[in-house]
Design a binder for this molecule. Structure first.
Ligand SMILES: *[C@@H]1O[C@H](CO)[C@@H](O)[C@H](O)[C@H]1NC(C)=O
Ligand SMILES: *[C@@H]1O[C@H](CO)[C@@H](O)[C@H](O)[C@H]1NC(C)=O
Ligand SMILES: *[C@@H]1O[C@H](CO)[C@@H](O)[C@H](O)[C@H]1NC(C)=O
Length: 656
């Protein structure tokens, strides 16, 4: 402070050193930092510091104004581009040219989704991208249709000298990829570590054009063959670690062939929707590729618990596993799986037979021999009951960040109280369609019996948090339960019912919450509980009794909201919107479909307060006019998606 009095400071406000502002900005999320950079010149300068520019991805559609943007980006540090809607016309060509000239040596990653670029414009660009690590050509059929891409040796040489450091190549969803074009392109990228061919038509066994087994003839100019893929894996085996063959018709025999490529050591493999794969093929895979740490065998509908057992036994480094939509999987093998200490993320959604019994068994092992999950999805596991979930919650503990229990229709308030008590580290919580949940569960209170008065909100102080409140969450309890791991019995359940749990507000770091279709919830709990300063995404759709009071409270207490879903909430009206909108400046996505009390007045409010809005769903809002939708579109610069089918007087009108 020195000599300067407070008055001096006010008259001529001291300039904070740049480093201090940079330090302060480092605590902000990227989007907030972007906002902060608009405050004044020095904040803007601070936001341009290198430490914030490390890994910036710019995403925009091709347009005349994006030319200017690209010129502006030139000379900065490294960046990534996602440019959509490029076509074969001159504006797109000059855009790509500009990317090459201005950003060439600093571009780290390039994706061109939803585009149809010509071979010529890409061949003009690629030789300039000398630092490119990642190239995403997903669905760019225009490039491969003629089969002439990179057919000239001179072009191949130029592209190879630029892309020799390319690590990741995404060739998914390319209908016209053939052995010939695949080889020309991968010949320019000799050190790939990640390759995606998801959704490509790969000929695994028979060549449909020649009627003979693939692998007996030379490279095909009509299709990509397994033989050719194996050749690439073999050539680049020292660098390739990740492969995506999702949505291909890969056969068990072909997977065995890939898994057994000499010297290939895969760490990540994605086989989503490969419906022909059998348990046996997974057994062979995990035997030959024991270093896999990420495996996605979701929607491989033939797989059973035998595959789960093989995975659990062989993949000692497994951290991420998706078994989503493998409805033949039962409890068998899940105890072994949950005993894999490295496992961090498990997706069992739509594994309809899972009831949690074996998950609990796996989790009750000694801490060194059980998974420390950070992400768990049990969505649509409708047989999961409170008794299983209570044990799961106790043993998962504070490491869990994301939990999806949507459509676990048997879960009741007891499970919600367990979440609030044991899973306070949650960042994402989804309870959609858990229709048994009531206000009592959210508030962490017992429903009063006739003998006892209902506990009032004032002395709601939850028992566990009162006891351990200042000791950091969970630790004391976790110790108790680690020393005496036990399964919860029906008696325990009765006992827990008499203990007052914490309210869901205990999840202080929550960023995403889905309570939609928890149809018993009312304003009494939502007003009290949905108060999360970091909440970005909230869904309260399909809550038939929730009213404006909830909306007003949520807006006031959740100031970080960027996405809010209130569709099919019949009591939400303009009145609630009028109270909420002034607090919702950060809102980007708003869903109000079938809210009949919402009228043109709400659109006016949105135009005034929610300038960041990008998505608005007001379909089936009978009291909104097409004129006010047009007006709103003219007011809001970022509004890209407006869904307004079946609004008043504008049937089938659709902006996109
Ligand atoms: C950069 O960001 C992208 C997408 O946000 C991410 O996939 C990639 O791993 C990041 N790279 C680095 C080096 O952090
Ligand atoms: C869970 O499912 C297994 C069979 O998969 C069955 O034996 C067990 O009784 C079920 N447990 C509960 C609590 O429903
Ligand atoms: C909205 O429309 C419905 C039916 O078209 C009508 O019953 C209702 O009163 C209207 N609400 C308002 C606030 O205008």
């Amino acid at each position: 402070m020195g000599d300067s009095s407070e008055d001096d400071g006010a008259a001529d406000s001291p300039v904070l050193p740049l480093e201090i502002i940079v330090y302060i900005l480092s605590f902000l999320h990227t989007s907030d930092r972007k906002e902060a950079s608009l405050v004044c010149r020095s904040w803007y300068d601070a936001s341009q510091e290198l430490c914030f520019q490390k890994n910036v991805t710019y995403r925009f559609p091709a347009s005349a104004s994006s030319l200017e943007l690209i010129r502006h980006l030139g000379g900065k540090s490294r960046c990534s581009l996602i440019i959509s809607q490029l076509d074969g016309f001159s504006m797109s060509r000059s855009l790509l040219l500009e990317v090459g000239v201005c950003l060439g040596p600093q571009l780290e990653s390039l994706a061109l989704p939803g585009s149809s670029v010509t071979e010529a414009s890409l061949i003009a660009l690629l030789p300039r991208l000398t630092s490119l690590r990642r190239l995403i050509l997903r669905g760019l059929d225009s490039l491969f249709m003629s089969g002439a891409f990179l057919s000239r040796e001179e072009h191949r040489q130029q592209v190879r000298s630029a892309l020799c450091g390319l690590e990741e190549l995404d060739l998914s969803d390319l209908r016209y990829l053939s052995d010939v074009t695949f080889n020309r392109l991968t010949g320019c990228t000799p050190r790939l570590s990640r390759l995606s061919l998801a959704g490509c038509h790969i000929a695994f066994e028979m060549d449909p054009y020649r009627g003979c087994p693939v692998g007996t003839v030379e490279d095909s100019s009509a299709l990509l063959s397994l033989r050719n893929l194996k050749k690439l894996l073999s050539q680049q085996k020292s660098t390739i670690v990740a492969l995506d063959l999702s949505r291909t018709s890969i056969t068990p025999e072909s997977l065995r062939n890939v898994a057994q490529v000499q010297g290939l050591v895969l760490e990540e493999l994605c086989l989503h929707g490969c419906k022909e794969l059998t348990d046996y093929s997974i057994e062979i895979l995990v035997k030959h590729q024991p270093n896999l740490w990420k495996l996605d065998v979701s929607a491989c509908t033939e797989l059973t618990s035998r595959a789960v057992e093989a995975i659990a036994r062989n993949l000692k480094r497994l951290t991420h596993l998706s078994l989503y939509r493998n409805w033949r999987i039962t409890e068998k093998g899940l105890a072994e799986l949950l005993s894999v200490p490295s496992l961090r993320s498990l997706d069992l959604s739509e594994c309809l037979h899972v009831n949690g019994t074996e998950i609990v068994k796996g989790l009750t092992g000694p801490p060194t021999a059980r998974a420390q999950l950070e992400t768990l999805s049990l969505k649509h596991c409708t047989y999961i009951r409170d008794s299983a979930f209570v044990s799961i919650a106790q043993h998962l503990g504070s490491t869990l960040r994301q939990l999806d229990l949507s459509s676990c229709i048997c879960l009741t308030d007891l499970s919600v109280r367990m979440i609030a008590t044991y899973l306070q580290g949650l960042v994402v919580l989804r309870l959609r369609y858990c229709e048994e949940i009531t206000d009592w569960g959210l508030l962490g209170m017992e429903e009063a019996t006739t003998d006892e008065p209902r506990p009032s909100l004032k002395d709601q102080g939850p028992r566990f948090t009162r006891t351990f409140g200042n000791m950091g969450f969970f630790q004391p309890l976790s110790l108790v339960f680690q020393e005496h791991p036990k399964l919860v019995t029906e008696d325990d359940l009765e006992m827990y019912k008499w203990e007052e749990g914490a309210s869901l507000r205990a999840l202080k770091g929550l960023q995403e919450l889905d309570l939609s279709a928890c149809s018993k919830l009312t304003d009494s709990s939502i007003k009290q509980v949905v108060r999360f300063p970091d909440l970005h995404r909230l869904s309260l759709s399909m809550l038939p009794v929730m009213g404006d009071a909830s909306l007003a409270s949520v807006a006031r207490h959740c100031r970080s909201l960027t996405s809010l879903a209130l569709s099919h909430c019949p009591h939400i009206s303009d009145h609630g919107m009028a109270q909420a909108a002034p607090y919702l400046h950060r809102l980007q996505h708003l869903y109000l479909s079938s809210c009949n009390k919402i009228t043109d007045r709400t659109l006016l409010l949105l135009g005034q307060h929610c300038k960041r809005l990008r998505t608005l769903d007001i379909s089936m809002c009978e009291n909104i006019s097409a004129t006010s939708v047009d007006l709103l579109q003219s007011q809001l610069p970022f509004l890209e998606n407006v869904h307004c089918q079946f609004i008043c007087g504008a049937e089938h009108l659709h902006y996109d």
